[in-house]
Design a protein around this ligand. Structure first.
Ligand code: RET
Length: 250
């Protein structure tokens, strides 16, 4: 207790069960994608392996969060009792989310960029921008003062750079590759652009502004991750079913 206020930062069993439920979905989709890959020759499995890796990684991260691990308490400076030197009003920050995203968001982007047969220099640069976005988001989450929003702004600029590449150069190239490639690129690309825009909003009300509880955070990020990973994965795998990777130069 600090100044009569509870500073209990543990998550409830509800938050934990929700994390385990998402963990189970990610695991099921990952194994399902690996199972489906056996229907294709070894050299045609690139999208299966990338997509399975995305879901396996998330499965481990969600197991960690369901077990109430992978987080650290961060002081929330502007919620410190007025005139008090006491720190102690803090929030649990799940840094393991960022470890997950550091691995999985480049893989999600590779799924899209390889679909559009983008050249490796472009892919390398986009992955760099993505890492800037995730790392600045993590640093911002761990900083206790309002400077956190400076890091957040840098992350948003990087995300904008990624969106620009996907929406213009990559879309143009996917279109030139034929209507089947264009269809899977546009459907998975639109899903990505829409859902990725909601992550900074979630960050703003959770790690940033401390406006919603860690339980609500579990649901907010959980629903986003469910759409960004399992739903995206299924759309991508079936969208690619009749497209030979050789046609994309893979
Ligand atoms: C942060 C904060 C810094 C600014 C921005 C962010 C965007 C994060 C995104 C994360 C996407 C995660 C996905 C996970 C897969 O399941 C880091 C929240 C712009 C877009 C797709």
């Amino acid at each position: 207790m600090v100044n009569g206020k509870s500073v209990d930062i543990a998550i409830t069993t509800h938050g934990s069960s929700f994390y385990y439920a998402i963990c189970a979905i990610m695991g099921t989709v990952a194994f399902g994608v690996i199972g489906l890959s056996y229907l294709k020759p070894r050299e045609d499995r690139i999208f299966f392996y990338i997509t399975a890796a995305i879901n396996f990684t998330a499965c481990i991260a969600y197991f960690t969060m369901g077990s109430n691990l992978g987080w650290t308490p961060i002081d929330v400076e502007w919620l410190r009792p007025r005139g008090s030197e006491v720190f102690g009003i803090n929030r649990e920050i799940f840094y393991v989310r960022y470890v997950d995203w550091f691995v999985t968001t480049p893989l999600l982007l590779m799924d899209l960029l390889l679909t559009a047969a983008m050249p490796w220099p472009t892919i390398t640069w986009i992955i760099f921008l993505d890492w800037v976005m995730i790392v600045t988001g993590l640093v911002g989450a761990l900083v206790k003062s309002r400077y956190k929003f400076g890091f957040f702004a840098a992350g948003c600029v990087a995300m904008f750079g990624i969106f620009w590449e996907l929406a213009f150069a990559s879309r143009k190239q996917a279109k030139a590759l034929g209507s089947d490639v264009n269809r899977v690129f546009v459907s998975c690309g639109v899903l990505t652009l829409f859902i990725w825009c909601l992550y900074p909003i979630a960050w703003g009300v959770c790690e940033g502004g401390n406006l919603i509880t860690p339980d609500s955070e579990a649901v907010f990020y959980g629903v986003l991750d469910f759409i960004a990973k399992p739903v995206f994965s299924i759309a991508l795998i079936f969208g690619h079913w009749n497209i030979s990777p050789a046609r994309l130069g893979l």
